[in-house]
Design a protein around this ligand. Sequence first.
Ligand SMILES: Cc1ncc(COP(=O)(O)O)c(C=O)c1O
Length: 372
Amino acid sequence: MNPTPFKLERYFAQHEFTARHLLCSSDPESMSVRDLLALEPQASDGLFDTWLGYTEYPGASDLRTELAAMYECIDASGIIVHTGAQEAIFLFMNTMLEAGDHVIVHMPGYQSHYSVVEALGVSVSPWRANEAGGWALDPADLEALLKPQTRAIVLCSPHNPTGYLPSREVFDATVSFARKHGLWLFSDEVYRGLEHDCADRLPAACDVYERAITLGALSKTHGLAGLRIGWIATQSAQVLQRMSIFKDYLTISNSAPSEYLATIAARHSGTLIERNVSIVRENLRVLDKFMARHAMNFEWHRPRAGTIGFVRLRQERASSFCAELLQDTSVLLLPSTLLDYGDAHFRIGFGRRNMPAVLDYVDAWLETRAPR
Ligand SMILES: Cc1ncc(COP(=O)(O)O)c(C=O)c1O
């Protein structure tokens, strides 16, 4: 298997630690180990005493119990903890799909949702988001995408890169379609919990559909990407068994200190989410004004969830716009060429505390540029 390079990750590998100002990050403001431990008295003793042997293969049972509390119908035995959500995506695709299968994938999208399966010889049909409708999905499109070989739908909700959050009707219709045709529903929910209005939160797919696999992570909603903790939650014994067996050839088990810290984070999930959503809400107020000021240059659909949005450039190519911005100001945006989605959009991130200050650099730069 030889997947095509993950363009977004290669771009971050090149620029994330050299660009001075990141304005396209999908992970929100993070925190130090000290700050996380401060959530619980005595927690630092627990960290010092953490045993550095192998951990339980599906993840420490305390951690899985805390994660299961995020779901209605899943207990600790329905969860496998992975090294980041990325490992879980790779594992699901490798265990539940094979050459000759076909999958329907939410697009534009996160590259591992389609490149891993393509490398396995699985064909992919894009389920295209409609930009004019606020990047909405239309479940009525699914019937035409279905083939006799279709095995799965890959949904990302809340969505990377558009920030789209399906309505309850769209979500229910997607689940009904998957159920009617016996498809796996791989539901990437790594931004779930970051709805800008918590009343908009959708059920987890694993709670409403027996062939759904919910993907979670502490990287996004909780802002703890450095822990490298992700998981799947599912009612399917078949998925749990196959993924467990394959994981023996990848990471076997997770990092013990990470699992200890992740257990604390999951126990204080509400506090961490509140912190991140309040940063996002404040940033969005600033971003709204910025987008209104530059409406001649940018077309913007304000997301209802998550930490990122996808902006259309009205007159310029995204690749040259982002390259020029980076060169002149050391501000990093992500052009849509790296998301296999033409050259007219860029991804912007609004989950970091310094976003208003970074936006000021962009503002000043736009003012000084010759009109295009
Ligand atoms: C939609 C989506 N899924 C999965 C991942 C991978 O997450 P992790 O860093 O936990 O491996 C990302 C990271 O950007 C993402 O945006």
